[in-house]
Design a protein around this ligand. Structure first.
Ligand SMILES: CC(C)(COP(=O)(O)OP(=O)(O)OC[C@H]1O[C@@H](n2cnc3c(N)ncnc32)[C@H](O)[C@@H]1OP(=O)(O)O)[C@@H](O)C(=O)NCCC(=O)NCCS
Length: 406
């Protein structure tokens, strides 16, 4: 009889977990030099192994970070490195790993967990919902010019990858709280970032905007030679954030000035950055994709809901939340501008904890999730009032966005 167990791995076991995880992504084991870097992404005590007898058959891990939420920030477990050996899938191994990991987060007092999903059908059952999206855009460089009325405030300086690694953590920290959904990139995040740029083709450059109060924006890009078009290159902007409109405009001025670039692929940016309106020709920009970004799971519903602020003035709504995994979250909560508290009042909206994760950063309209049957209105006669109140409470000024891959 097979005996299955889940436990935390120690430092001597994490390379095996990494090898197993890479195999689930169809990648070979990390070479020694790659492992030297990758092992720095593993936070001690945060890697789980699933064992069949004494054999490792699955793994999941997390990194402690902080998530920017409307009006504040909340501790978050950034979940990554999830994989189950291909000959042991679909028999509940991930389900056990997720239950152990979420219980551990709850016991450690971490109110929120977040992840990027390889497939959209995996994580909803564990209470995760899509909280942010990102948009990729293609800019035809010869048509693209920043409008002269756009603000300006400083200089843009270019750096190579080695210098970027010493500069960017501090620059990123200056912009890390400029939008809901952004994360603190702790020491465990940067080796992943470095790994990506070292592995990717093309010349990597970091453009940093130095504004009147110091660095306040950056763009990390690769220029990839496109042999189809006579060795002219395509610029892939793979990481970019700006704390001010002037930093955003100045970065684009500098990026569009780089010679021998036919087009710019601006990847994985917030839905609502006004790039089209920044340029003299709207049609120099085309959206090439909108995809899910950060999935969030409220581990402690009242603590998570109390970590953000709400609009709505005197509005209040009563939510009935169901959580099949962390059952203590199930119950009724009154949400108002003063926060969230358990209540015995009748529920007005009923929803699963995964849908609450979608609403948490204001990235979805409540009415839209009602329309598709993800939220139930308990009394149809008050629907308009309840929907209006819920919308005013939860809505935010800008689209939430994560922008950190892990
Ligand atoms: C995704 C993965 C970890 C799932 O592991 P698993 O042990 O097979 O998952 P479980 O057996 O616990 O699945 C639980 C449920 O989710 C479903 N499920 C899990 N992964 C699924 C997938 N990729 N597609 C469709 N359904 C999936 C199962 O069918 C099962 O449904 P059921 O409860 O109705 O029977 C595994 O397939 C894997 O390693 N995939 C490749 C690597 C990967 O994508 N990792 C995730 C990185 S974000």
């Amino acid at each position: 009889m097979t005996d299955r167990s889940i436990r935390t791995l120690d430092a001597t076991e994490i390379r095996s977990a990494n090898t197993l995880f890479r195999a689930t992504l169809h990648e070979p084991p990390a070479a020694d030099d790659v492992w030297q870097r990758s092992q720095r992404t593993y936070q001690a005590g945060r890697t789980l192994g699933a064992f069949e007898n004494d054999t490792l058959i699955g793994t999941a891990r997390s990194i402690d970070t902080t998530l920017t939420v409307p009006g504040g920030a909340v501790p978050m477990a950034a979940v990554t490195g999830v994989g189950v050996r291909a000959d042991r899938t679909r028999r509940g191994v991930l389900t056990d790993l997720m239950a152990t990991q979420l219980t551990d987060c709850a016991e450690r007092g971490v109110p929120v967990a977040g992840l990027h999903a390889s497939e959209a059908v995996i994580y909803g059952r564990y209470g995760y919902g899509i909280a942010t999206h990102h948009r990729s855009r293609r800019v035809t460089r010869h048509r693209a010019e920043v409008r002269s009325s756009a603000p300006t405030d400083g200089e843009v300086e270019l750096y190579d990858l080695d210098t970027a690694l010493t500069l960017l953590p501090d620059v990123y920290a200056r912009v890390a709280h400029s939008r809901s959904g952004m994360l603190d990139r702790t020491e465990h995040f940067w080796p992943m970032w470095e790994g990506h740029f070292r592995k990717a083709s093309g010349l990597m450059r970091l453009a940093v905007h130095h504004g009147s109060d110091g660095p306040d924006g950056y763009a990390a890009y690769r220029a990839v030679t496109d042999n189809v078009v006579d060795d002219v290159a395509v610029m892939h902007i793979e990481d970019m954030a700006a704390a001010t409109p002037a930093a955003y405009a100045d970065l684009w001025r500098a990026l569009l000035r780089v010679d021998l670039i036919t087009r710019v692929e601006s990847l994985w940016q917030p839905l609502d950055v006004p790039l089209e309106a920044l340029l003299t020709d709207h049609r120099a920009v085309a959206t090439t994709g909108v995809e899910d970004d950060l999935w969030l799971r409220l581990v402690d519903v009242p603590a998570a809901l109390n970590a953000r602020t709400y609009g709505g003035g005197d509005d209040a709504v009563v939510l009935e939340v169901s959580d099949p995994v962390l059952k203590s979250n199930s119950g009724r909560y009154r949400l108002s501008a003063s926060g969230c508290s358990p209540t015995s009042e009748p529920a007005q909206l009923a929803l699963g904890v995964d849908t609450l994760g979608m609403l948490y950063l204001g990235g979805w309209r409540v009415a839209d999730l009602v329309a598709v049957g993800r939220i139930e209105i308990t009394d149809a006669s008050t629907a308009d009032d309840v929907l209006g109140a819920a919308h005013r409470l939860l809505v935010t000024d800008s689209s939430p966005w994560c922008g950190t891959f892990f």
